[in-house]
Design a protein around this ligand. Structure first.
Ligand code: GAL
Length: 850
């Protein structure tokens, strides 16, 4: 019977060994040279097979960074990749900000201290579903500027910021050439996707960008992603769901993959994309199989678009991305664990992989072997079945191997399979959100005192800074994105009265988006949002006008500025017209477009700094629900425990929320995704696309909004909410992000755990093993909810016994696991007896921790 409990001592020795090896391999402090050749990045003269993952520092908090980095390291990453966000660091030209979540130096240092490398993608155009692609809005107003092309004012600004960041890194000795962790830098971002729109200037711009970057003398290589014509010595790299077929533009450059999309982003009004780990692991293994030596998960931790960071239009506040570490910083299982196993398997092949190019042999239709074999006797192989339907048995080096469809087997010694990408040994974890009511503060009398206060945003013009201009103004040029909101107001007298006649009139409005509320004489008459945010709004609706003066107020709004596409920076928004009134019998039309309009940038509430809670505008009696344009405030106690926290905005419409003055982002639970397009089971086999595997059809994609624990005190916290379309704030509650069950399902046909690989083959033969581990060190496995060795069916949370089952299943697993933080059980008839001879059996277990 193979039944192993993990022994603490063994772990301690392992940890000690790892620490020592860290000191040896990544001792920042000594200068490291980074170069490259045809095979790989070369660090200190050694070619390396590297695994990287994206974590964008402002999408989490400094308090989360250490843990995220450690989990990345435990997951087998060598490099953390991040963009640099220009708009955050230089909100006003010449005024820099690196505080709090913007502390880039601290982030890079933390990665270095953990013994990992950094890939710094400066851009400074970053795309990234980030507001305006990361450009500060003031850039748009520089006279004569044209973005991302051979334009002097733009190049000057781009160079100034890039040089500023490079200098900052140098001052802190953060480049590998100075003993720091940065081994790679990126300039521009996927310009090759859109360069044809910029004509011949695109070529000279890219040449300039390359020269400019190289002249900054970082001592480490530069890359350009998706830039087939990247000039030497810049390495052109691949981005995509698969990059095995990619070749760099010179035989002197290594094959690098800067964005392997681990999932995809979500937009308001759309379902949530996810990417099965079997497919992601397949893509990773195929890349290394076909000569690749560095790939980066975009994202490894996606995080949260706090404040107005979300790009757009309509990018959600969550940027979870179905990444291996979820928005809340918890490992997503089995994704994280299976990829960790894949990385270990690939690293076992590193010595052979860096020594030579692979040779490819067809083993049949859709079946391919790649062999890395050196004269000195090293040999590692990858066997792939790229077919989408049929599993296959192949012969390789005189042995026979079973290859499931859409999978790769990794053979570090060209003989034994250490991992197959479709066979998951890692456990799964079911996330759960435990609701918890908002805890109101008790006032000194001990009675529920401070419940909600509120303030009604005035309809139309209310600020002194309002101004009059003839004609309809484009919104972004008018607001400079200082606010999502712009009021357009007109009072009609005179000619327009012809239209009134006591009868109905039709108002026509054309807007570039993204949303529009129309008020007639102070009453909400119409609300609409452009589909997906990027279509124009063109509406006609009947309005009833008074005799005498009539006021039309448009509240036009943006929901994150465009971040992608040729000339994305020129995408407009707002009511650009025409705006006209038509008598309902069609007899007369009055065009209001060219009239003088009064404009107000932003809301009164925004100016009065309601978001921090301190303002004299708050009222408390008669509490309005389901009223548009209403500000709400409450003071509350932090939820119990240490779990990550979300606010559940079910019952609210659309708006923004602040906790103790910090914006947790825009919320929009009122907008559901279309009913169709989701699948109950997503077959990982076959080419993945971002719309292949979708969930939450017919539902709002985001109801839960992350509130970092460290933004809250124990008590006296202030929540401020601006509700745009009407909602019931008393329904707002907390949700604690916890783990429900953990599960594992391992077959007799799975390879043994990759950790047990023993090249010398001196140890005893290990078979497949099922392992479980509670996520927190102070937890133990408290119960086994299900265990079945035989032919169990179903998935985590809904396993059921099959026809064949061993009666020993539950007692054996209970004995091995209950009371320990982790346990491992051999998946074999040696452990459980044979309940059905001749049938391939598996072990499925569901357990809980406490
Ligand atoms: C890439 C881009 C990234 C990100 C990604 C989609 O094209 O380089 O910044 O936008 O798409 O998540």
């Amino acid at each position: 019977m193979i039944m192993e409990k993990i022994i603490l001592q063994k772990w301690l020795i392992l940890v000690l060994m790892l620490c020592i090896s860290d000191l040896i391999t990544t001792s920042f402090g000594a200068n490291n040279s980074v170069t490259y050749d045809h095979r790989a990045l070369v660090i200190n003269g050694k070619r390396r097979v590297l695994v990287s993952g994206s974590i964008h520092y402002p999408r989490s908090t400094p308090e989360m960074w250490g843990d995220l980095i450690q989990k990345s390291k435990d997951g087998g990453l060598d490099i953390i990749e991040t963009y640099v966000f220009w708009d955050l660091h230089e909100p006003v030209r010449g005024q820099y900000d690196f505080s709090g979540r913007k502390d880039l130096v601290k982030f890079v240092k933390l990665v270095g201290e953990a013994g990992l490398y950094v890939h710094l993608r400066i851009g400074p155009y970053v795309c990234a579903e980030w507001n305006y692609g990361g450009f500060p809005l003031w850039l748009h107003f520089i006279p004569g500027i044209k973005f991302r092309t051979d334009n002097e004012p733009f190049k000057e600004e781009m160079q100034r910021f890039t040089a500023y960041i490079v200098d900052l890194m140098k001052k802190n000795n953060l480049y590998a050439s100075q003993g720091g962790p940065i081994i790679l830098s990126q300039i521009e971002n996927e310009y090759g996707n859109i360069d044809s729109a910029y004509g011949s200037a695109a070529k000279s711009y890219i040449k300039w960008a390359a020269n400019m970057a190289v002249s900054l003398d970082t001592g480490v290589p530069w890359v350009m992603c998706r830039q087939a014509d990247a000039p030497d010595p810049i390495i052109n790299t691949c981005n995509g769901f698969y990059c095995d077929q990619f070749t760099p533009n010179s035989n002197q450059k290594p094959k690098l993959w800067t964005e392997n999309w681990s999932g995809w982003f979500t937009s308001f009004g759309n379902p949530i994309p996810y990417r099965p780990v079997e497919d992601l692991a397949f893509a990773v293994a195929r890349f290394y199989q076909r000569g690749g030596t560095m790939q980066n998960y975009y994202m490894y931790h996606g995080g949260t678009n706090f404040g107005h960071a979300a790009g757009g239009p309509f990018i959600t506040t969550t940027y979870d991305y179905d990444a291996p570490i979820d928005e809340y910083g918890i490992v997503r299982q089995p994704k994280w664990g299976h990829l960790r196993d894949v990385h270990k398997a690939i690293k076992l092949c590193e010595a052979a992989m860096v020594a030579t190019d692979p040779t490819y042999t067809s083993l049949g239709s859709n079946l391919e072997a790649s062999v890395y074999k050196t004269e000195s006797g090293l040999c590692s192989a990858f066997l792939a079945n790229t077919g989408t339907q049929s599993d296959a048995t192949v012969n390789f080096n005189g042995n026979s191997y079973r290859l499931p469809a859409w999978s790769v087997s990794i053979l570090p010694d060209c003989k034994n399979v250490v991992l197959n990408t479709a066979k998951i040994n890692s456990m799964a974890m079911l996330p759960k959100f435990t609701p918890q009511p908002l805890k109101y503060n008790l006032d000194s009398s001990g009675v529920l005192g401070s419940s909600w206060s509120w303030f009604s945003e005035p309809i139309g013009i209310s600020k002194k800074s309002a101004f009059v201009k003839p004609g309809l103004l484009e919104q972004i040029n008018t607001t400079s994105d200082q606010s999502d909101y712009l009021w357009y107001s007109i009072v009609m007298k005179g000619d327009e009265q012809v239209l009134q006649n006591g009868s109905q009139t039709v108002l026509h409005v054309s807007s570039l988006g993204h949303g529009l509320h129309t008020f007639i004489n102070g009453k909400l008459a119409d609300t609409r949002y452009s589909p997906n945010g990027n279509h124009h709004i063109s509406v006609d609706f009947p309005v009833t006008l008074n005799s005498g003066a009539n006021t039309i107020d448009f509240l036009s709004l943006t929901v994150g500025l465009q971040n992608y596409g040729a000339f994305f920076d020129l995408t407009g928004a707002g009511v650009t017209g025409p705006v006209s009134l038509r008598s309902s019998n069609g007899g007369l039309t009055v065009d209001l477009s060219a009239q003088p309009w009064t404009y107000q940038i932003g809301l009164k509430g925004e100016d009065s700094e309601l978001s921090s809670g301190s303002s004299s505008l708050w009222e408390s009696p008669v509490f309005p629900k389901n009223q548009p344009l209403t500000w709400y405030k409450i003071s509350f106690d932090a939820p119990d425990g240490n779990d990550p926290i979300a606010l559940d905005f079910t019952g609210m419409g659309k708006g923004e929320a602040w906790v103790n003055g910090q914006s947790i982002g825009r919320y929009w639970p009122a907008l559901s995704s279309p009913k169709n397009g989701c699948v109950d089971y997503c077959d990982y086999r076959g080419t993945y696309r971002s719309d292949k595997c979708l969930k939450k059809c017919g539902k709002p994609p985001q109801q839960l909004y992350h509130v970092p624990r460290t933004w809250m005190k124990q008590s006296d916290n202030v929540l401020v909410v601006f509700e745009e379309i009407g909602g019931d704030p008393t329904q707002i509650s907390f949700a604690r992000r916890q783990i429900g069950s953990m599960c594992s399902h391992v077959s007799e046909s799975h390879p043994p755990p990759v950790d047990t690989w023993n090249p010398e083959k001196t140890g005893k033969k290990v078979g497949p093993v099922l392992s479980l581990e509670c996520p927190s060190p102070d937890q133990v496995i408290s119960s086994i909810k299900f265990a079945s060795f035989g032919t169990p069916q179903g998935s985590c949370g809904s396993y059921a016994h099959g026809r064949c089952k061993s009666i020993k299943s539950l007692p054996v697993v209970q004995k091995a696991c209950v009371g320990s933080r982790s346990c491992s059980v051999g998946v074999s008839i040696d452990t459980f007896g044979d309940p059905c001879i001749g049938v391939t059996k598996s072990l499925a277990v569901e357990a809980t921790c406490a």
